[in-house]
Design a protein. Structure first.
Length: 348
């Protein structure tokens, strides 16, 4: 009797797993499947399937809602062929799917790996049938084959506060990554305390403290090679909390990066601007900017930025439809003027 009970339990478990797999693969928020179809796929009775479906609706397995779509629920559906029936709530909604998939596609990683990753993201959003519209992803020509392994190691190093050693690369005349060298021709090894990984301006950055310097550093992860992580935990020379702003307050990393449209060293300073023609270039780069309208499509704006980041940002809009004039500080005005003379002498 006990063996029969065990076999029945196993059979019930197999049916439940089968129902969940079929719902996950064939249903979404606008396309349901019927209990009759599920029963036919599993080779069991419709009554059995319905009993498990109603139980799953109460259970919400893995925190995912199992429910039945009625025709009334589909009156605002956006797909061309909405279908009532049973479904399981996807892990990701469509917006989350696109953000994750598009973010992955921009990461300049191995093309085959990204295709597989994006396919999984689409599957978790129950949108596998839409995957083909993306097209193929190619591995970048000068791709660092250690990139994905470095991401995994850096993540663990950050989580366990472990110091790292590595070679940092630059491009040779063929576009290949080669280690930076010491004066004697040997590869230069860097030692750092890693704090975070952040994506900015099409680059994946490691935010860290390069020993023996005092400032935070921003390194392109794809240029890191021969990475070694300390075996023991808590081997950082400096923790991130030891860094403070000019007023002695702890650094908020998100705000810190927002003040650097291009990651650069140095303290953020107040920069006053005159902007004519629109504020898109301002708020696209400086989410905390303060703007006051002083004329017809003319604004006075204050942002916080490092010296060089503000210069590089202003230069890129020199010939755009939006006119940006730095009013203060004078040091940035002087550097922009010097850049103008250099360009004039070079190209006139």
């Amino acid at each position: 009797m006990a063996q029969d009970s065990d076999r029945n339990t196993y059979a019930r478990s197999g049916i439940v797993i089968g129902i969940l797999e079929l719902l996950d693969e064939n249903a979404d928020l606008e396309h349901g499947v019927t209990a009759v179809w599920l029963a036919d796929q599993l080779g069991v009775t419709e009554k059995t399937v319905r009993g498990h479906l109603h139980a799953l609706r109460e259970m919400q397995p893995f925190g995912r809602k199992v429910d039945q779509l009625e025709r009334e629920d589909l009156k605002n559906a956006t797909s061309a062929d909405p279908r009532p029936g049973w479904y399981i709530e996807p892990v990701f909604d469509t917006a989350q799917m696109r953000l994750l998939a598009d973010g992955a596609a921009r990461s300049r990683s191995d093309g085959e790996y990204l295709q597989d990753l994006i396919a999984k993201i689409y599957a978790f959003a129950s949108r596998s049938r839409q995957l083909g519209i993306r097209g193929s992803l190619l591995t970048p020509k000068h791709y660092n084959r250690e990139f994905l392994n470095n991401i995994e190691q850096l993540n663990d190093a950050i989580a366990h506060e472990r110091g790292i050693r590595f070679l940092y690369c630059e491009y040779d005349v063929n576009g290949e990554l080669v280690p930076r060298l010491m004066p004697d021709g040997s590869a230069k090894e860097y030692v750092a305390d890693p704090y975070d990984l952040r994506y900015k301006n099409e680059k994946y950055y490691l935010i860290c403290h390069l020993r023996p310097y005092d400032n935070l550093a921003y390194l392109h992860v794809e240029r890191i090679r021969d990475l070694h992580v300390d075996a023991a935990d808590c081997t950082l020379e400096r923790t991130f909390d030891s860094f403070t702003d000019k007023d002695g307050a702890p650094i908020d990393l998100t705000s810190f990066l927002d003040e650097r449209p291009y990651p650069s060293s140095g303290s953020a300073i107040s920069v006053r601007l005159r902007v004519e023609g629109g504020l898109e270039p301002v708020f696209d780069w400086f989410p905390d900017a303060k703007a006051t309208q002083i004329g017809d499509d003319i604004y006075e704006v204050t942002v916080k930025s490092t010296h060089w980041a503000a210069i590089w940002w202003a230069l890129q809009y020199t010939t755009s439809g939006v006119h940006i004039t730095v009013l203060e500080p004078q040091s940035i005005r002087d550097e922009l003027c010097r850049a103008g003379h250099i360009l004039l002498n070079r190209y006139e």
